[in-house]
Design a protein around this ligand. Structure first.
Ligand SMILES: C[S@@+](CC[C@H](N)C(=O)[O-])C[C@H]1O[C@@H](n2cnc3c(N)ncnc32)[C@H](O)[C@@H]1O
Length: 240
């Protein structure tokens, strides 16, 4: 389930740029809930795309496309906004997925991506702290009991998970978009739920983070280590 803080960020970033004729695409939508909620609050049409939907996606009030995000069966320039939440680390080649977003977006379209950063030792997949830093061979041995425990199948770590660095993601986005902005600071503007530990943690870090983000070098450093880098990419480049 997408964090309510991320949902607020999507809403506040997209509300002004989308109208009722706009098409929003959620890549790796899983249960489709976030796209459904955004389509309703913004008042636009939503397409959800996933290689394997959750059962709950059947209740989603969106057009569903079961496909690989690295090769989407959607026309060029056909989508006004794309979100992709916690998906880059599950596709074999996130750069191919990024290239596809640039292809299907309209010229003034917007792509908001959020994924975990390998520079952060914590991991949202139930693995021990430090797991994202391990070389694949060691990680593969450690992952097996956890994957069994979470019913993911023994090879899940090897086939469906590869942690990515924020600096790599920025470089890949910059190859396909003229403008790539690190926007994790927007998470601080969300209306936090003080009963949620993760959100309280974000609140605790708000002041030092705001100070660090005030300078260019501070912003680059925060971007390099931020656990969930948010990128807003616009002005897709024309294919070479
Ligand atoms: C961690 S879940 C995130 C789900 C949702 N975006 C959210 O925030 O709750 C990752 C999703 O990416 C999907 N996925 C993995 N590889 C994919 C691919 N190549 N193309 C499209 N979706 C993919 C998975 O099926 C899964 O639903």
């Amino acid at each position: 389930m997408t964090s309510p803080v991320f949902k607020q960020l999507y809403e506040s970033t997209l509300a002004d740029s989308l109208d009722e004729d706009a098409v929003l695409l959620d890549i790796g939508a899983k249960d489709g809930k976030i796209a459904s909620a955004l389509a309703e609050s913004i008042g636009c049409r939503a397409i959800v795309l996933d290689i394997e939907f959750d059962d709950e996606a059947a209740g989603c009030n969106c057009d569903a496309v079961q496909a690989d995000g690295e090769s989407m069966p959607l026309p060029d320039n056909s989508v006004d906004a794309i979100i992709s939440n916690m998906v880059f680390e599950h596709v074999p080649d996130e750069e191919r997925l990024i290239a596809e977003t640039a292809r299907v977006l309209t010229d003034d379209g917007i792509f908001i991506s959020i994924c975990p950063n390998r520079a952060w030792p914590g991991d949202g997949h139930g693995y021990p702290v430090g797991m994202p830093w391990l070389p694949e061979g060691i990680g593969n041995r450690i992952a097996k009991p956890y994957d069994r425990q979470y019913g993911r199948g023994e090879e899940w770590y090897q086939v469906a998970y590869h942690p990515v660095w924020s600096v790599t993601v920025r470089r890949e986005l910059s190859a396909y978009f003229d403008s790539v902005e690190f926007r994790s600071a927007a998470l601080l503007e969300a209306d936090l739920d003080r009963s949620d530990t993760k959100q309280r943690l974000l609140d605790t870090f708000a002041e030092p983070l705001e100070m660090a983000l005030a300078s260019d070098i501070g912003e680059r450093l925060v971007e390099a280590v931020f656990p969930t880098p948010v990128y807003v990419s616009t002005r897709p480049k024309s294919p070479p």
